[in-house]
Ligand binder design. Structure first.
Ligand code: ZN
Length: 404
């Protein structure tokens, strides 16, 4: 079932904060009924069956149900007209008032769940079962370009004579940490990736199991370069960087993009990105009082709100899974690292996958907002997830880095 279809069936789709029944209780709702066409539409769907949990696109793991032979048993719940029998995937659901509830066993990677009022309407949601899920973390670093320019200028004997890459190597040696560095094609002063020698190709390959390179943008400026760019422009920029990564670092080091600069693209870009190997895109999915949902790849409000409180959600139209970034190290002083991460482990919806994140520029003393203890912040973050049983992964391997 596609989203357009769901939009028609779900009157709350455009405003996740107001449930239909609550809307009808308000003065505005009461006054509107029978007046505005919208209100008529709301009243007419009163008889609709609606699955409230799980969410369409939910990524479910062992924390979301009960392991049974060959599957995961979950509870499906929602609302339907009082007194009408409801089935969920063909089996009778329990009713209480306007609520219904039924157990469903997930046995496949993806499962459609259909709730139907006998002789009435129905709704289908699709969920993903992350069957082999284990607690894991992914570390990605955005806005990379200065270290590549530095390597080109200094002509180091080894890649890790770059103090910047040496930070990551030390974290890899200490914790087994893995990193994906999301890179630009150029810097403002004229360095471009073709300026970089391929003499380090062997060294890149030797470290490809923990150090990956991915496209992020053509350049740091302008801001939000792909927020309203055509998919063709985005893909052309991606291809130019991808070709260079393969040239100077080799296939094994190449990762499809995992974060697009500013976390904003046209949704029509998702499918072309998927076709370039993109499987997971990370964002903030943050709500701002003045401008609404942001750093959310321009997905709708309902799904953005969902992602703000969940590790992941799949967009079936494109095949891309969206991941919620859990910490931005350049914004998080060392003392705030544990208070930021620990609450996530208490909620089954945020406990399984830690999406850890920072930006290159804060490492560089010449940068106006240089953070002297940036490397220590990464150490504190990675130490904590390591001590709490999270395993390092790269999202482009397997299902979100886990066994698929
Ligand atoms: Zn960026």
């Amino acid at each position: 079932m596609d989203i357009q279809q769901r939009k028609k069936e779900d009157p709350t789709m455009t405003n996740p904060t107001i449930k239909r029944r609550d809307f009808l209780k308000t003065a505005a709702g009461t006054a509107a009924i029978g007046l505005a066409p919208l209100a008529v539409a709301r009243a007419a769907t009163d008889d609709a069956v609606r699955i409230e949990d799980p969410f369409h696109g939910a990524v479910l793991n062992h924390r979301h149900g009960k392991a049974v032979s060959g599957g995961l048993e979950i509870v499906v719940s929602g609302v339907a007209p009082v007194g009408k029998a409801v089935t969920v995937n063909g089996a009778p659901a329990e009713r209480q008032g306007d609520k219904f509830k039924a157990k469903v066993v997930l046995r496949e990677h993806e499962t459609d769940i259909t709730a139907q009022a006998v002789g009435g309407s129905k709704q289908t949601v699709r969920v993903v079962w992350d069957r082999y899920s284990e607690p894991r973390y992914r570390f990605s670093v955005d806005d990379n370009s200065f270290f590549l320019r530095d390597i080109a200028q200094k002509k180091y004997a080894s890649l890790f004579d770059s103090w910047y890459l040496d930070i990551y190597r030390k974290l890899n040696k200490k914790y087994g940490a893995k990193f994906v560095l999301n890179i630009y094609y150029r810097t403002e002063d004229g360095f471009t990736l073709p300026d970089l020698s391929d003499r380090y190709k062997g060294e890149w390959a030797d470290n490809a199991d923990w150090l990956a390179l991915a496209f992020h943008a053509d350049a740091n400026m302008p801001n939000r370069p792909y927020e309203d760019a055509s998919p063709e422009k985005l893909i052309a920029d991606l291809d130019r960087v991808a070709e260079q990564i393969v040239r100077f670092a080799g296939e094994a080091t190449y990762s499809p993009p995992t974060v697009i600069h500013w976390g904003m693209t046209r949704p029509t870009a998702f499918k072309p990105l998927y076709e370039r190997g993109v499987r997971v895109l990370s964002g903030y999915f943050v709500h701002r009082a003045k401008t609404g949902w942001d750093i959310n790849y321009r997905i709708d409000a309902k799904r953005s709100e969902y992602l703000s409180k969940h590790d992941a959600m799949k967009d079936f139209d494109s095949g891309v899974v969206f991941s919620k970034i859990d910490i931005v190290c350049n914004n998080t002083p060392i003392a705030d690292v544990v208070p930021k991460l620990e609450p996530l482990t208490k909620d089954p919806n945020t406990a399984e996958i830690m999406d850890l994140f920072t930006h290159e520029q804060y490492f560089w003393p010449f940068y106006q907002r240089y953070i002297p203890d940036h490397a220590q912040r990464l150490d504190a973050t990675i130490r904590w997830v390591t001590e709490h049983g999270y395993k390092p992964v790269l999202f482009h391997k397997g299902f979100m880095g886990g066994r698929a």
